[in-house]
Design a protein around this ligand. Sequence first.
Ligand SMILES: NC(=O)c1ccc[n+]([C@@H]2O[C@H](COP(=O)([O-])OP(=O)(O)OC[C@H]3O[C@@H](n4cnc5c(N)ncnc54)[C@H](O)[C@@H]3O)[C@@H](O)[C@H]2O)c1
Length: 277
Amino acid sequence: MGSGIAQVTAQSGLYTILYELNEGVLEKAKASIDKSLTSLVDKGKITVKEKEKTIARIQFAHDIQTCLADIFIEAIIEKPEAKIALFNQLAELNHSECVFASNTSSLSIADFTDVTVSRDRCVGMHFFNPVPKMKLIELVRTPHTSDETVVTCREVARRMGKEVVIVNEAPGFITTRVNALIGNEAFNMLEAGIATPEDIDKALKLGLNHPMGPFELVDLVGLDVRLKILEYLHQTLGEKYRPNSLLRQYVEEGRLGRKTGRGVYDYSQQKTAENKT
Ligand SMILES: NC(=O)c1ccc[n+]([C@@H]2O[C@H](COP(=O)([O-])OP(=O)(O)OC[C@H]3O[C@@H](n4cnc5c(N)ncnc54)[C@H](O)[C@@H]3O)[C@@H](O)[C@H]2O)c1
């Protein structure tokens, strides 16, 4: 998510620092941004010069001391304590007006920004995967987020060419909350033997006009990621988010989705075929 956000930020004309702890990941991010921009050139959406200018606007950083900016958008691991530590470290290095946005897809923004030094300048900016393609940003404000902070983030989103919805602080915001329920209900139906995964996916795609079926989507997102989100929403919002036991069983068996070659569907043959080509 970090590399996608860095790409759209730089494409919007803003000088961008992509900071990452792991140098190998930083190299991969560089390559993925290059590939994504090259595909835009190939499709005639940007010129080679625009691609070069965009890349030149990104500083790939491994040293936090170089992270001096007006707005930070964190997209690190989904652990509140890691996010708190990062925001506090950045606040110490930076001026007293800068904004701290989190790309968390489920955590309550107030829960971790209330313990940072500048909670009026903390906000959620929830992007979607793949960031360059997906239009929406959920802008999540806590009771302490200032109007100036919201205005700054709206302007950044506008420059990125994104649409914004404003959400008042709540775990899961709008999209994660709805998506978690649909995904969990799909597992409830599968477990009850109501239909095959293929037919549940087909029903939602052709009957409800969803671009992907719930099982195709969870295999892409990761069953472990979905389970963590459901556990968090169950804890914070109540019983209707209780994670389905078949989902839990698949995670325990290591069926985490495309990344492990098997989730609800089996991708092992696909991988072998890709390796041969
Ligand atoms: N994956 C998605 O589809 C998606 C969509 C929307 C939001 N999100 C949110 O974005 C965030 C990141 O998700 P992801 O899927 O990209 O995770 P990821 O695990 O792929 O990437 C997280 C990266 O953060 C790095 N990191 C960890 N601690 C760090 C620190 N202190 N400083 C700098 N870098 C650090 C890790 O090395 C890793 O490369 C999460 O909060 C997640 O909820 C993810």
